[in-house]
Design a protein around this ligand. Structure first.
Ligand code: UD1
Length: 419
């Protein structure tokens, strides 16, 4: 059975939407539970498929995992297994975040490599070289990344690029290493700060979270904790961009607006009135949006995960937008689908030029990843007629209650199943 969305364009989004916990945080926090024997509780978990998939990975490693509503309870044994096999990890890439915790706890990890990704190649060289500096041997063997260490010790590690995943894996290995580790050019994403906070609650000694330098004093043992996941800034911003594209008025709650500084500034440049609020923000767009220019960069730069939605905005904006993708090489593949919807767009390498048109033209389109899928639905909202968005399992991986939330704002969308 496959499912697709039918999105009818022309409605103005209005109302309030509450976002859940961040997908890009919850999976790492669940992996961090491997670092301490006993029961760790993670709250404010989003209702997305990746959470039960991660639960399966952890069960395969010997943990007991209970999911109830937005809470997940993970009971880690004294000696977790160290082998995450292909069946467990094949469905999603983020499972590679068990690598660091397993090396730290078991001194050995074998994690099957997930398959390719539509947004570009995603090597693990930085994860591996960081672990090697901590004293581990690491190779790719028979489709798995293998890491082993007799003794894990502190080290000075300078990342060649502030990779989110590499920062997290090295950090989670270093918290139980002997001595001091310094990670320079570390990723600064709010999800990294969330992980640092949880690790410190568990008894780790991590400082510098949110800056380019993380300093970790290794400790012998961590204790389980209870931790609330931060709100999903990417989902929140998706609704903000949708409000601007449909000339709507949307209040987004459940997120720290400070995690979206640059994005909200870009919406202001597009002509929106953006008001920060205590637990979110409000976007009101009265006129046709104006063109925006941006380049994706690691945080606090413009998030690559929002590039497809922002291209949707540029496609109907007044004027020409210039967009540069600096993080994932193949992310512009999605522009082909936008062209099918009548966008006047050209790409050249990692640059795109988009001349806004007043309205897009509905068509069948295919999602290639979570964010591309969301971008296509947003485009469908400003197309004439009914847009069919296929391969929506991608969207379900990142957006809890997507249809319900969009309908709650007045969007016209239907989920259709076909045999
Ligand atoms: C995370 C997010 C993803 C987001 C991305 C960038 C999760 C589950 N996913 O992915 O949604 O788009 O951050 O904000 O949190 N790279 C290497 N070698 C490495 C590691 C990375 O070359 O060892 C490259 C990648 O190919 C990519 C760039 O570095 O071009 C950024 O990747 P990274 O920050 O690691 O992204 P992820 O952690 O995979």
């Amino acid at each position: 059975m496959s499912e697709h969305f039918l999105v009818t364009g022309g409605s103005r989004l209005e109302g309030e939407v509450v976002v859940g916990g961040a997908k890009n945080s919850v999976l790492k926090l669940m992996a961090a539970a491997l670092l301490a024997e006993g029961t760790t509780v993670v709250t404010n978990c989003p209702d997305i498929l990746d959470v039960p998939l991660m639960a399966e990975v952890l069960r395969g490693l010997g943990c007991e995992v209970e999911l109830e509503g937005s809470e997940v309870r993970i009971t880690t044994p004294a000696e977790p297994k160290y082998h995450a096999d292909f069946d467990a990890v094949k469905q999603f890439r983020a499972s590679v975040c068990v690598l660091g915790p397993l090396v730290a706890r078991c001194r050995r990890a074998v994690v099957a490599l997930p398959g390719g990704d539509a947004i570009g190649s995603r090597p693990l060289d930085m994860h591996q070289s960081g672990l090697r500096l901590l004293g581990a041997r690491s190779e790719i063997e028979h489709g798995c990344v293998v890491a082993e260490a007799d003794d894990l010790h502190g080290a000075n590690i300078r990342l060649v690029f502030p990779s989110v995943g590499a920062t997290e894996n090295i950090l989670m290995a270093a918290v139980l290493a002997r001595g001091e580790t310094v990670i320079d050019n570390a990723a600064r994403e709010p999800e990294i700060v969330d992980l640092c906070n949880m690790l410190n609650q568990m008894g780790a000694k991590v400082s510098g979270g949110g800056s380019t330098t993380l300093t970790i004093q290794g400790v012998r043992k961590l204790e389980p904790t209870t931790h609330r996941v931060i709100g999903d800034r990417i989902v929140a911003a998706t609704w903000g961009v949708a409000a601007s594209m449909t000339r709507g008025d949307v209040r987004v709650r459940g997120v720290n607006h400070k995690h979206l500084g640059l994005v909200l500034d870009k919406l202001r440049l597009a002509g929106a009135e953006v008001t920060p609020e205590v637990d979110g923000f409000r976007v009101i767009q009265r006129e046709r949006p104006k063109a925006i220019n941006f380049a994706t960069l690691p945080y606090p730069g413009f998030p690559t995960d929002l590039q497809p939605m922002a291209i949707g905005l540029a496609a109907v904006a007044d004027g020409t937008s210039m967009i540069t993708e600096n993080v994932f090489e193949s992310r512009f593949r999605f522009v082909e689908e936008m062209i099918r919807l009548g966008a006047d767009a050209r790409t050249d390498g990692h640059h795109a030029v988009i001349r806004g048109v007043p309205v897009l033209s509905s068509a069948p389109v295919w999602s290639s990843d979570i964010r591309a899928g969301a971008g296509l639905v947003l485009a469908g909202l400003v197309a004439d007629g009914v847009t069919e968005v296929h391969d929506i399992f991608h969207i379900d991986r990142g957006y809890p209650r997507f249809v319900e939330n969009l309908r709650g704002l007045g969007g016209v969308i239907e989920r259709v199943s076909t045999e």
